[in-house]
Design a protein around this ligand. Structure first.
Ligand code: DX5
Ligand code: ZN
Length: 215
C-alpha cells in the first residue's frame, strides 16, 4: 500500500486548522523544518509541533533540513514525531544519531539531496528504517520534479531486494498525480506531496488517488 504524507509547507498558514481537516485521510503529515543554513529558507519548528499536538493530525513525519540535526532530534521526538528524517549531508555521526532515534521508538530515515549518490548510503543501510530521496533541491515547495534523480528509487529498490533489507523508500519534491505512478513503479512506499495536495481544489481526492496506486 502506498502511503501519502502531505507537506504542510504548502498549506495556507492563515487557515491551518481548515487545511489539516482536508488531509485527515493521509497516512502522515510532513513537517519541513528548515534553518536558513543547511537550506536557503527558514520555515518553522518546535512551536508548530507544539500547536499540532493540540489538535488531531495524521502521525507526524518530520524532515529536518538543518545543520547538526543531532542537537534537535530529541525535542522533535518529545513532541510526537513518528518518523524523523535527517540529511546525510548534515550529520557527521549518522550511525549514532540513527541508533538514538530508533532507541526512542521512532522510525529513523536518512534524506539524500539530488547530488548525493545512493552508494553513499552503502554502510548505513542496515541501520535505517527508510531513505528519503529528494527529487528537488530542498528549500521550497512547488518546485519541479527532477525525473533523472528519481531513478535513485529504482536503485534502492534493487539493493533492498538483493541485500534482503526492509527499509522503506520515500520521495519528496515536485510529486504530483502525473509522476506519482512512476515513482511508485520504481519502488517508492511513501510519497510526500505539498503543492499537489494543498494547492489543489480537492486535496482529499488527491490523497485517495495516490493511496490507490499499485506497483
Ligand atoms: C522541499 C521539502 C518538500 C516540499 C514538498 O525542500 O522538503 O517536502 O515541501 O513540496 P512540493 O511537493 O510542493 O514539492
Ligand atoms: Zn520535505
Amino acid at each position: 500500500m502506498v502511503k501519502v504524507s502531505p507537506s504542510i509547507l504548502a498549506a495556507d498558514f492563515l487557515k491551518l486548522q481548515l487545511e489539516l481537516e482536508k488531509v485527515r485521510n493521509a497516512d502522515y503529515l510532513h513537517i519541513d523544518v528548515m534553518d536558513g543554513h543547511f537550506v536557503p529558507n527558514i520555515t518553522f519548528g518546535i512551536p508548530l509541533m507544539e500547536a499540532l499536538n493540540r489538535t488531531d493530525t495524521p502521525p507526524l513525519d518530520v524532515h529536518l533540513m538543518i545543520s547538526e540535526p543531532s542537537r534537535y532530534v530529541d525535542k522533535f521526538i518529545d513532541l510526537g514525531a513518528k518518523i524523523v528524517a535527517v540529511h546525510i549531508e548534515a550529520e557527521n555521526h549518522l550511525h549514532r544519531l540513527l541508533e538514538n532515534i530508533k532507541s526512542r521508538g521512532v522510525e529513523a530515515f536518512v534524506a539524500i539531496n539530488p547530488h548525493t549518490p545512493v552508494n553513499s548510503l552503502e554502510n548505513i543501510l542496515p541501520f535505517l528504517d527508510g531513505v528519503l530521496v529528494m527529487t528537488v533541491n530542498p528549500g521550497f515547495t512547488g518546485q519541479k520534479f527532477i525525473p533523472h534523480i528519481a531513478e535513485k528509487v529504482k536503485q534502492l529498490d534493487i539493493i533492498r531486494k538483493e541485500r534482503d533489507l526492509k527499509f522503506r523508500i520515500a520521495v519528496d519534491g515536485g510529486i504530483n498525480l502525473n509522476n506519482a505512478p512512476i515513482v511508485v513503479e520504481f519502488g517508492a512506499d511513501i510519497l510526500v506531496m505539498g503543492a499537489a495536495i494543498f494547492r489543489s481544489a480537492a486535496p482529499e481526492e488527491v490523497v485517495t488517488k495516490v493511496k490507490e496506486l499499485k506497483r
